[in-house]
Write a protein that binds this ligand. Structure first.
Ligand code: PMP
Length: 352
């Protein structure tokens, strides 16, 4: 029998996004909001107008991009919304680079970035973070990449790249620079460049409703940049990427749940500081995270994650990362969750 290959040859080499599926009573594998969903958005979903289901939503989520523009303080033509910020990363790669172009990204960083690059025929080039976890500007610039992706606070390390470094990378390259701020709400005081992005022309800042806003299940993200860049992203993304139900909830959240969001983000920051201290007290050396998670280097992340899972706590294990080696990434949650995690680590370390 002739083997008929349906996928294009270069797709065969691209891995599936397949995070470890071990689930436990306490699940700290994702960086979603473990304090739940925002109350006004939830109420709006419970009384949704049925036409939101029977009719098409706006082609480019106009009501939501207007609301985001007001919230951020930019023009609606400088905002694009998508099915999570994943969707916008993917659409931007396709919008601004021809197949074969180089995309530089920090390593370690968000694991979907090299995958989306290869899905779009781009050549991902991993540039190790500096030892303090910032993007290495000189090395990024030396790649001559068409796209430079940056993530601050960075997933999975939680470390940040100062805004001045981002500005320098934009100034000294001719690349389209993407600054992924999925965790920016957990780093108050960190300059985020959101409002400044349109004036740079080549800088796109990404944000999401999946983390601080507690709406990961609805899949809504947004991008802010110059009108020209946003137009290209929207064209590449295609129509109807934000469904009507998600759009309604995100609009209500922006209008009525911002205080809730800030309070829960502050809870996550407190949780992060306490967990960091508790891990230090156990002799570990967690990184200085500004996200809603803690990243802790360990000697064998998979073995330790397995011992934590036996104790009912699931965390994300990364093995052999550039710069940091094996790490556990642990999402933050309310007090009982935090206590269970620390208790499980104490026991797991005691039996090594
Ligand atoms: N960027 C970063 C850095 C992330 O960690 C994630 C989710 N893990 C995303 C983007 C995608 O988020 P979403 O598609 O839910 O907006």
């Amino acid at each position: 029998m002739t083997v008929f290959e349906v996928a294009r040859p270069s797709l065969r080499e691209v891995p599936f996004y397949a995070p470890d599926a071990t689930s436990c009573a306490v699940d700290l594998r994702d960086n979603a909001n473990l304090w739940g969903a925002p109350p006004a958005a939830l109420a709006a979903l419970r009384s949704i107008d049925p036409t939101a289901l029977s009719l098409y939503p706006g082609v480019s989520a106009g009501a939501l991009t207007d609301a985001i523009a007001r919230y951020v303080g930019v023009n609606p033509t400088e905002v694009a919304a998508g099915c999570g910020s994943d969707d916008l990363i993917d659409a931007t790669f396709r919008a601004v680079a021809e197949p074969g172009a180089v995309l530089a990204h920090p390593a370690p960083s968000f694991s979907m970035v090299p995958i989306f690059a290869r899905l779009n025929g781009l050549q991902p080039v991993a540039v190790p973070l500096t030892p303090d976890g910032a993007a290495d500007a000189d090395a990024m610039l030396a790649t001559g990449a068409r796209i430079i992706y940056l993530c601050s606070p960075n997933n999975p390390t939680g470390t940040v790249t100062p805004a001045d470094v981002v500005r320098r990378i934009v100034r000294e390259s001719s690349a389209i620079v993407i600054l992924d701020g999925a965790y920016a709400e957990f780093a108050p005081g960190l300059e985020d460049l959101l409002k400044e992005a349109p004036a740079f022309g080549r800088l796109l800042v990404l944000r999401t409703f999946s983390k601080a806003w507690g709406l990961a299940g609805l899949r809504v993200g947004y991008a802010v940049g110059s009108a020209e860049l946003i137009r290209a992203v929207r064209k590449s993304n295609g129509p109807y990427k934000v469904n009507a139900v998600a759009e309604r909830a995100a609009c209500v959240a922006l209008a009525e749940d911002a205080d809730w969001m800030r309070a829960r983000a502050a809870d996550a920051v407190v949780s992060r500081e306490r967990v960091t201290q508790a891990l230090r007290a156990l002799g570990l050396t967690p990184l200085d995270s500004r996200g809603n998670f803690v990243c802790v280097p360990v000697s064998d992340s998979r073995a330790l994650a397995a011992r934590l899972a036996e104790r009912g706590v699931a965390v994300r294990a990364f093995a052999g990362l550039p710069v940091f080696g094996d790490v556990l990434r642990v999402g933050m949650g309310p007090w009982p969750v935090r206590e269970q995690f620390i208790g499980a680590v104490r026991e797991a370390l005691a039996c090594t």
